[in-house]
Design a protein around this ligand. Structure first.
Ligand code: ZN
Ligand code: ZN
Ligand code: ZN
Length: 378
């Protein structure tokens, strides 16, 4: 077996991160915010390249405001790690030692009565600490105030997502060569995880193997069920490669294939295809969801398509934009998201087909390109 070798891309530079931080404070002002408070998680990774490995009960907080340059509050013992991040040259640091009050330090960098956007992933104890320190300020979740903050990818982010998608495709091509009947779901899942790493992922986020009735639960991961002849199996796997996500689903069958399963699979395939063909700049997210849903409803399975059509992907595997009824955000070139309609028949089977796509100037490009036919495996 040959593993495709993806040469590691050039790391983002401190100028790249500085440009992102500049854009954030500008967009924050337009969103009516006086500043943005970033805690460890995807926002911090995207803005600075810093991914603290330690448990984060100690406050780490990047403060971004129009009227001053970026500054990060860090625990003294983690300062050296933070200063080693790719974007650190664009940030100054203020550290606090164990026993000191980090909220007092952070509060001194903030205006007492302002409106701040806060990372969704901020721990409640940190937000409560800030609220105690600055009771006259207000705080709003960043994805409420600036949902599209990370949604439009630049060329180099797109290159990473493309590489991650190609690696996930290579994983699929390998796994369908393997025997399924007589093996447990979790054994297949372990193999998917190993393959993701072999093809270049540094992190595995999920390896769904939903066989037979388990496939009817979209969030079933993998369990002790032994796969048998006649099973329909949902495979859905992904993780991070070069810091960017992959996420693809295919549904396969251990023969003989039930006639309704074959029919339902064809409905999902047509729904997925129609939604992909509907993607172009200016179309709303909810419109893409409606296109997929219409195909499934016309076939009589509308009430069995029990989740949104898709989600954005970037430095994490689920983020805005969400492809869902009610989301009126218009698509913009560079947005990357999943299109993953499914039909779930309780007690019997589930079927889902998922590709990541990126919006281009006149349509979209798929980042997953394996066959979407119902593949029959051993
Ligand atoms: Zn999900
Ligand atoms: Zn998925
Ligand atoms: Zn997905």
């Amino acid at each position: 077996m040959t593993s495709q070798v993806h040469p590691a891309p050039m790391p983002f530079t401190s100028e790249d991160y500085a440009a992102r931080m500049t854009r954030v404070v500008h967009d924050a002002a337009l969103a009516g915010l006086d500043g943005v408070l970033i805690t460890p998680g995807p926002d911090l990774v995207w803005l600075t390249g810093y991914r603290p490995t330690a448990i984060t009960e100690r406050l780490t907080l990047l403060v971004l405001r129009l009227d001053r340059s970026p500054i990060m509050v860090v625990p003294t013992l983690e300062r050296a790690d933070a200063e080693a991040a790719d974007g650190a040259a664009a940030v100054s640091f203020a550290d606090w030692a164990d026993g000191a009050d980090p909220y007092e330090l952070a509060g001194a960098l903030l205006d007492p009565s302002s409106r701040y956007g806060v990372s969704d992933s901020a721990w409640t104890m940190h937000l409560l600490g800030l609220q105690r320190q600055l009771p006259h300020s207000s705080y709003v979740a960043l994805t409420s105030a600036m949902p599209m903050l990370r949604a439009v990818k630049d060329a180099r982010e797109l290159a990473r997502l493309t590489a991650a998608g190609a690696a996930a495709d290579a994983v699929y091509e390998q796994i369908v060569q393997r025997p399924f009947a007589g093996r447990r779901e979790r054994d297949i899942a372990a193999e998917l995880a190993a393959l993701l790493r072999r093809f270049g992922h540094e992190q595995v986020d999920f390896t769904v193997v939903g066989s037979g009735p388990n496939g009817a639960d979209p969030h079933h991961e993998a369990g002790d069920r032994t796969i048998e002849g006649g099973d329909i199996i949902v495979l859905d796997f992904g993780g991070l490669m070069f810091g960017y996500g992959s996420d693809t689903s295919r549904t396969i069958a251990v023969g003989p294939v039930d006639a309704e399963a074959q029919r339902v699979h064809e409905v999902v395939r047509r729904a997925q295809q129609a939604a992909v063909e509907a993607v172009r700049p200016g179309v709303s997210c909810q419109q893409i969801d409606r296109v997929a849903r219409a195909v499934i409803s016309e076939a009589g399975y509308g009430d069995r398509f029990i989740h949104r059509t898709g989600h954005g992907i970037g430095v994490i595997t689920h983020e805005p934009p969400y492809i869902v009824e009610g989301e009126q955000q218009r698509l913009v070139p560079g947005m990357c998201f999943s299109i993953e309609p499914g039909i779930y028949l309780p007690g019997r089977f589930g079927i889902r087909i998922e590709d990541i796509v990126t919006v281009t100037d006149d349509g979209c490009r798929r980042l997953n390109n394996t066959s979407r036919d119902l593949r029959v495996v051993d």
